[in-house]
Write a protein that binds this ligand. Structure first.
Ligand code: ADP
Ligand code: MG
Ligand code: MG
Length: 208
């Protein structure tokens, strides 16, 4: 079962809605172990993406994703703007010219996107960053039997994301602002891992 361009556009709209709804919660999480701007960063970023969408929605999936990435990169400050920007720009590469993508192609998009985040931010599993959700989720997706329905595959990706998100709570941050707190970062859920989980939920909601 393929993911259509319409579903990709729905994904982006869902991201915008979710970051509007959960802006204050993300900000609360980032206030505890960062500088309190993550909710605003994500909400602003995706509202800029929404502004851009009318001019790019008729293009192919790769071009749409690349423009999303460039928008996030140029409009969102802090760590998360460049990291999510890179995610979409790198993820876009294998989807250039495509009006729909198979499950395997979606996994490639996510895999390339996450590789972009890692090459830019150098975070490893357990550093208490968004990579603590991305890496296990992409790993799981790569091992799935792609013949299952897409909604079921993405539902279990969201479940994996939520489990991985909870697992960030006891960790001591090794990257980003939270690492300045050292041991005091333990006991708090990572904001970026939370926004990544929301993006995966937004994707599932676009296909279910
Ligand atoms: P800033 O910390 O610059 O204010 P945000 O608050 O928007 O940026 O984003 C913070 C989130 O970015 C963190 O919760 C973490 O998940 C993520 N992050 C920070 N540094 C890195 C990194 N090097 N690699 C991956 N993710 C990172
Ligand atoms: Mg912040
Ligand atoms: Mg900041």
């Amino acid at each position: 079962m393929a993911l259509t361009k319409q579903q990709i556009l729905q994904w982006l709209e869902n991201c915008n809605r979710t970051f509007n709804e959960r802006r204050d919660y993300l900000t609360e999480l980032d206030t505890a172990i960062g500088d309190g701007d993550h909710g605003l960063n994500m909400q602003r970023g995706f509202s800029k993406v929404m502004d851009k969408l009318p001019t790019i929605k008729d293009k192919d999936i790769g071009t749409i994703l690349k423009n999303v990435g460039m928008t996030l990169l140029s409009q969102v400050g802090g760590a998360s703007g460049p990291l999510y920007g890179t995610f979409f720009i790198k993820g876009a590469q294998s989807a250039v010219g495509k009006e729909e993508i198979s499950f395997e192609e979606l996994v490639q998009v996510l895999k390339d996107g996450v590789a972009g985040i890692v090459s830019r931010g150098h975070a490893e599993l357990g550093d208490k960053t968004m990579c603590d959700v991305w890496l296990p989720v992409v790993n799981q997706l790569e091992q799935e039997d792609g013949n299952q329905p897409l909604d079921a595959l993405l539902k279990s990706a969201v479940e994996k994301a939520n489990i991985s998100l909870q697992a960030t709570i006891p960790l001591i941050a090794k990257k980003g602002r939270a690492s300045y707190l050292a041991e005091r970062s333990a006991g708090h859920q990572d904001p970026g891992a939370t926004s990544t989980t929301y993006m995966l939920e937004a994707l599932y909601n676009a296909v279910k």
